[in-house]
Design a protein around this ligand. Structure first.
Ligand code: FEO
Length: 163
């Protein structure tokens, strides 16, 4: 269970780096609103990693960060950026589900309670990305609609940090 939690700390840091690479792609192309949204998402993922990091320490184990994946960063369109974000969130949901199942099987009740927060969080994260991807597919390459969408993304307020 401990190894799996350590792996998830790395997974959340990887997600944070990946969102930062996406923000960089967007801002370099003057999609500043999308960049803002992705920077906030990167910060959220950082807070997820730290939440698990703190949990492992609170359970009297030494938390470790094993490996951070190369975040990549080559995209051909704004839609492709957010489709990649959606794929990433779906992958994280599967990781969290797997962790929860392991905690259940091994009867690690404290981990189950901790992971419950992540299960709920993933529902919200998948929902918000799904909405953005749907809107981007609707507007396609229409410049004025893309700029409107970029402005909308730029209005995202910082989410509360993970408890
Ligand atoms: Fe921490 Fe978006 O998963």
């Amino acid at each position: 269970m401990l190894d799996a939690l350590d792996q998830q700390i790395s997974n959340e840091f990887s997600a944070s780096f990946s969102y930062l690479a996406m923000a960089s792609w967007c801002e370099h192309r003057q999609f500043m609103g999308a960049g803002h949204w992705l920077r906030l998402q990167s910060a959220e993922e950082y807070s997820h990693a730290m939440k698990l990091f703190n949990f492992v320490l609170a359970r009297n184990h030494q938390a470790s960060v094993s490996r951070i994946d190369n975040p990549g960063g080559d995209f051909t369109s704004l839609l492709e950026v957010f489709e990649a974000a959606q794929t990433q969130e779906q992958a994280v949901s599967r990781q969290i589900d797997g962790l929860f199942e392991l905690a259940f099987q091994e009867k690690v009740f404290a981990a189950m309670a901790e992971l419950q927060w992540f299960v709920t969080e993933q529902v919200e994260e998948e929902k918000s990305i799904r909405e953005i991807v749907a809107k981007m597919r609707m507007v396609k390459d229409d410049p004025s609609s893309l700029l409107d969408l970029d402005r909308e993304l730029g209005a995202r307020a910082a989410a509360p940090q993970a408890p």
